[in-house]
Design a protein around this ligand. Structure first.
Ligand code: SF4
Length: 619
């Protein structure tokens, strides 16, 4: 187990960095002026195991009230550090630094004006002038932090970069890194070391790329600040957990990350056990110069594993989204067609006539000993053969292609590589005995080093895992590999006799979170905080109910108009709280309806989607 080496940062009584466990944190969603509500919620987070509690401070008066919250928590015996979350308001940051143990500032809006998202061009002088102003303002803030022993988080979000940064780097991982480095260089020059950094996005690929790039850039410039990881607007339920596991888990497995927050649109204390389990199931392995793998699979297939069933009957095919193509059609009979969520491949150990009905687009994987019989039922049968058996086979396997399963580096022998090199019909199934991220990565590196052009399917056996543990573990171990486009297919062997489609659903969620397939409407929603201007959880539920069938769309539900529009990233539509029971609606980044009463907002969004040509009726 090895994490990237970092400085130790002092946050009140808490120590953070590579010498300490990965710290777990969450954020209040109560009104910062409501001391009692904040204290109650902070206690729930702390009792659940939160080691740091973040509170928003939109203005100076909220920053002043942090003092009351801090004092009341201490009076009740809770000394867990507090972190103030500041946007747009250096005065509030300075005030907060006097009262709490840590202050988070956003480089996109600490010294720079709110981004206009217009294409602006800066002369070198203008650019340098803004940098000087930034340095001056930030230095003044650091002086106050130093005087009070307050730590700082430089927290950059994709979607809230300044015009200046976007003019040179665009809204990209490079832009996020440069925006952060501008502030870190001030910290280094001022010898201010109690600094933690975050680079967040609702897009796992952007977030993973940005953090990796920042780690390299810091290495080059001799900086060792700890990293805070999070996927913004991850949403709620299974989607929020899988998306967080793909983004945060990938980086933890690569040894990056010293504190995490899983942002769910749920009660904040519910984030803590999810974060704890995520930390526990990752196995950090930091490598300074890992080989660069060129991913090439941008639309991976799914292998649905139904080997727990003794027969492939109608219930099983229906659960996999295969349905009779045309009822009462004498020509097509009871042939099946694939629905939008159906897998491209199935793995079964049971052979029977139902296999004849499967659509011609589906491959049927069977143990290699059964492949000849399987061809009687379905000519698209594909043999799965363990690597040791494969090396012993004298006759070529029948069928268009076959799968060779490799369970670890000890099976990756020169003899196997040589045989694969001569076999143009073999694809690989990498199924390490311990399905951990680095085991897959090592096997993928070996395949790349051998320059084999074979398709690579990544298989994981879930053992007895169920529910949230299953989702977190498999998404954190496999998700990053799909973020990097390294898998031709995903195959989850989940032994659930009750629900044959568990593995299929999780496969879809992982591929969607990795940004390589789209199976359902992508909802992003912020977790809410003291700025939230309506009941976020029930709004998310209503929006999901109304628009959950629009598979091609990404819809954001955000709590406030201050940060919501910037942070909803590349969503197609936005539903954003505007206060006083009103909602603003966005088409992309453009605000197109202002102050719609909440009771009418769902219908207004439906009309807007229809006007833009994106509406489809529910089937
Ligand atoms: S977008 Fe949501 S989490 Fe972010 S500041 Fe607004 S209400 Fe808070």
């Amino acid at each position: 187990m090895k994490r990237r080496l970092t400085n130790q940062v002092r946050i009140g009584e808490l120590r953070m960095g590579s010498d300490y466990p990965v710290r777990i944190q969450s954020m209040l969603n109560t009104d910062t002026m409501d001391t009692e509500a904040c204290v109650e919620q902070a206690i729930r987070i702390i009792e659940a195991g939160g080691e740091l509690v973040r509170v928003t401070a939109p203005g100076v008066k909220e920053a002043q009230n942090l003092k009351n919250i801090r004092e009341e928590l201490c009076r009740r015996g809770y000394t867990t550090p507090l972190s103030a979350d500041i946007h747009f308001n250096p005065a509030a940051a300075i005030e907060a630094a006097c009262h709490v143990e840590k202050v988070r500032i956003n480089p996109g809006n600490f010294a720079d004006k709110r981004a206009t998202f217009k294409e602006l061009s800066y002369t070198d002088e203008e650019y340098a002038g803004e940098l000087r102003a930034l340095r001056e303002k930030f230095k003044a803030f650091l002086d106050v932090c130093r005087a009070h022993g307050t730590a700082v988080r430089v927290g950059t979000n994709h979607g809230s970069l300044s015009d200046r940064i976007m003019s040179r780097y665009g809204n990209t991982p490079e832009g996020m890194v440069e925006a952060t480095m501008e502030y870190l260089r001030v910290c280094r020059d001022e010898a201010f070391d109690d600094v933690v950094i975050s680079l967040k996005s609702s897009d796992c690929r952007v977030m993973v790329e940005a953090v990796r790039l920042l780690a390299r850039r810091m290495e080059e410039e001799g900086m060792r600040y700890p990293l805070h990881l999070g996927v913004t607007e991850a949403g709620e339920g299974e989607d929020g957990r899988v998306r967080s596991a793909v983004g945060i888990g990938t980086l933890l497995n690569e040894g990056l990350g010293d504190t995490i927050r899983v942002s769910l649109t749920e009660e904040p204390e519910r984030e803590i056990p999810v974060a704890r389990e995520l930390v526990e199931c990752c196995e950090p392995c930091y490598r300074e110069n890992p080989p660069v793998l060129e991913g090439r699979w941008s639309r991976p297939v799914i292998v649905a594993d139904i080997s727990s069933r003794d027969c492939v009957d109608e219930d099983v095919t229906a659960a996999l989204d295969f349905h009779v193509a045309a009822e009462d059609d004498p020509v097509r009979g009871d042939l099946l067609e694939a629905g939008p969520s159906a897998p491209e491949m199935i793995y079964t150990e049971a052979l029977g006539p139902e296999l004849t009905k499967l659509p011609e687009t589906v491959w049927v994987v069977v143990p290699y000993g059964n492949v000849d019989l399987a061809h009687v039922y379905n000519r698209r049968a594909v043999a799965l053969v363990p690597s040791a058996e494969y090396l012993r086979l004298r006759e070529p396997l029948t069928g268009d292609w076959h799968l060779v399963e490799v369970r670890g580096m000890d099976e990756w022998t020169p003899a196997l590589v040589e045989r694969l090199r001569r076999d143009g019909n073999a694809a690989l199934v990498l199924n390490p005995v311990r399905p951990v991220y680095m085991a897959y990565r090592q096997l993928l590196e070996a395949v790349a080093a051998a320059a084999l052009p074979a398709r690579v399917i990544l298989r994981a056996e879930a053992g007895g895992l169920r529910g949230e543990s299953l989702s977190l573990r498999l998404a954190s171990q496999l998700g990053g590999l799909f973020v990097d486009r390294l898998g031709y297919g995903i195959w989850l062997s989940v032994d659930d006799r009750e629900d044959v489609a568990v593995g299929l659903r999780l496969s879809r969620d992982i591929l969607q979170a990795a940004g390589v397939r789209r199976y359902k409407t992508e909802f992003v929603s912020c977790p809410g905080c003291g700025r939230t201007l309506y009941d976020l959880q029930s709004s998310v539920a209503r929006v999901k109910e109304a628009f959950g069938h629009l598979r091609r769309l990404k819809i954001a539900v955000m709590g406030c108009v201050v940060n919501g529009p910037g942070e909803m990233g590349d969503a197609d539509y936005g539903y954003v709280g505007a206060g006083n029971g009103k909602v603003n609606l966005f088409r992309g980044r453009r605000m197109v309806r202002v102050g719609v009463p909440e009771g009418e907002a769902i219908e207004a969004l439906r009309r807007l989607i229809a006007e833009c040509g994106d509406w489809e009726d529910k089937r």
